[in-house]
Design a protein around this ligand. Sequence first.
Ligand SMILES: [Fe+2]
Length: 284
Amino acid sequence: MNKLTQDVIQSFSGIENPRHHYLMTALVQKLHEYVQEVQLSPEEWEIAIRFLTATGQKCHEQRQEYILLSDVLGVSMLVDEINHQQHENQTPSTVFGPFFIPDMPVREYGAAIFKTLEPDQLPLLITGRVVDQDLQPIEYAKIEIWQTAENGMYSGQDSQQEIDNLRGIFFSQVQGEYAIQSLLPVSYQIPSDGPVGDLLNFSKRHFWRPAHIHFMITAPHYHDLVTHLFIQNDEYLNSDTVFGVKDGLIVNYGRCEPSAKIEQKFNISSAYYQIEYQFVLVRE
Ligand SMILES: [Fe+2]
């Protein structure tokens, strides 16, 4: 090993926690190897510093450019792969993404997360159960949901939307049932106005993510589940710019005609779309 690399690694010998020590020294070693391997020039080093500076400067309360960078580099999915080894029938996990906002309103079983419904729009009823790996119901699982509006933007990105539009927290019922009224999601482009956008343009990569709805489901004594549901036949399922698609997360929706039962239960008087999905959590 290069003397300089050895000295830098040695300089971190004061880190007491063995895991922290390993993380830091392995980082130095790999970083030095990379710089050696590519024979980095001062100009290239400066571009990298400027890129990382711009990435940090683009971040604020509702914008996380570093998560976006991790996503387009596939690092988010690699961390997911390492840490969520699949139990046989567990719901697959996927990227968290940069658009989650905590502490959104708690909503009743079957409530709508949209603020308005255009005359030509049909609501999307998402129903199913939250169960454990033996398919036993999990009561009072916390279901956090977020998705873009029709214009492909999340609240928080878009000054036209109230902050809790298309977001909310639901709790599963006695038999694990949940019901949420939303809208059909659309495929959307990740933000292109920052350094991650520059990187994708430079690389001639597209910005699209296939239509999806985000879920984070948590319950005491179960592993957290961070995932999406993707819509079948979306044209970007095979080229998601953040590499987040997994087969078990692709769902189809059907169109249902109005019925007295649905009107009484969910106050939906029109035709509606429906997705049924069972989320499977794994015990700790
Ligand atoms: Fe998303």
